[in-house]
Each structure stands twice: as structure tokens, then as C-alpha cells.
Design a protein around this ligand. Structure first.
Ligand SMILES: [Cu+2]
Length: 122
């Protein structure tokens, strides 16, 4: 009787800890595989892009989100690949652009000429 109870407790404990292990192991792998979607996120803060300079794998999409309070834009200045212009981005608005050519892409906010960003596509 006592042995049976002990086995039951052990198996339940083993099951619970086994679940915990399963939960924690896929998380780091999906985090590392998060680049699998190939989306590089850029925010905005204090009328600056965040981060201002970012590495972008060739073929990846950059997603800008206006996380700032004023309106901003994302406008191509120079570099390889397609030209792009987000138009006015109000707070919360998103703009996506795919980059398929390696090189340095400079972009700017039309509203704030001092607000500049760099994408290192490689
Ligand atoms: Cu701006």
C-alpha cells in the first residue's frame, strides 16, 4: 500500500516536472527561430528610430512601428534596392518593406529631417 502511494506520487511529480521541461525547451528554440520569419522590427522614440542602425539579413522584411507620440514617416534616401515611402505614420501605425539587395540603405523621416535611420543589409 505505502509503496503504491509512493510510486503514484513520484509519477505525478515526474509528470509535472516533465511538462515544465517541455515548456521551457521549445521557448529558446522558437526564440532563436524567431528570425525564421525574417522580420526586423524598428520602433520610434523621441523622434528617433529605435534602433537607429540595424542589421538586416538579405531577403528580410523590416517592420517599422510608430511607437512614438508624434507622427513620423519612413522615406528612402539612398542605397540599393527599391525606393520606399511609408506616408504619414500616426502612433501605432506600421510599415513594412522587404530588402533583397545587400548594402547600406539610408532613410529619413520627412517630418523631422534630423530623424535618420540606417539599414545594413547583408
Ligand atoms: Cu519623424
Amino acid at each position: 500500500m505505502r509503496t503504491l502511494t509512493l510510486i503514484a506520487v513520484l509519477s505525478v511529480t515526474g509528470l509535472v516536472s516533465g511538462c515544465g521541461g517541455d515548456d521551457s525547451s521549445p521557448e529558446p528554440s522558437s526564440g532563436a527561430g524567431g528570425g525564421g520569419g525574417n522580420v526586423v522590427e524598428v520602433g520610434m522614440e523621441g523622434s528617433q528610430y529605435m534602433p537607429q542602425s540595424v542589421d538586416v539579413p538579405v531577403g528580410a522584411t523590416v517592420k517599422w512601428t510608430n511607437t512614438d507620440t508624434p507622427a513620423h514617416t519612413v522615406d528612402y534616401v539612398d542605397g540599393p534596392g527599391e525606393k520606399f515611402s511609408s506616408g504619414t505614420m500616426n502612433p501605432g501605425d506600421e510599415f513594412e518593406q522587404k530588402f533583397t539587395a545587400a548594402g547600406t540603405v539610408n532613410y529619413i523621416c520627412e517630418i523631422h529631417p534630423f530623424q535618420k535611420g540606417v539599414l545594413n543589409v547583408k
